[in-house]
Write a protein that binds this ligand. Sequence first.
Ligand code: ZN
Length: 160
Amino acid sequence: MERFCIFCQKNRAGEPKDISFEYEGFSFTIFKDGLTCIECAKRMHIEMFTKFGKELVKKEGGKVKVNWSHFVETEQQAREGTFSEVKLHRIIEILITLNVLSYDREGNWDIITSAGFSLVPFYYIFPIYFIREEDAMEYAQIALKNTSNWRVIHINTAAP
Ligand SMILES: [Zn+2]
């Protein structure tokens, strides 16, 4: 027997899968688990976006424009141990679902020191990479403004 959604207990939950949808001009791709229906998964993501995304992103010339100052500020607050760690994780989730950040290093942009240490943001214990070069540059210029020892590199380990 097929499982009902644990949130609305009305719709069928269906298979776990990625779903894409538009909201306020933004295109999101989210992962829907096998316990949640598509409608509830979308609704919860939109609620999170409404709460944490408004200061974070806007549409500019058809592209997603990220307020990296806001991101870095949230990172600093999280580091200082305030409640904002949850907020930081939520805004990283939003940027992943907007195709700005990625768990994948391969094919994306990393920020490294001359000694080879990565300086990218973390989602819990996972380093997070930038899909677009301009985001990596802008983040680094703000987050690492007291350091000159960094550069943005494109990761492509695949053989040509
Ligand atoms: Zn539901």
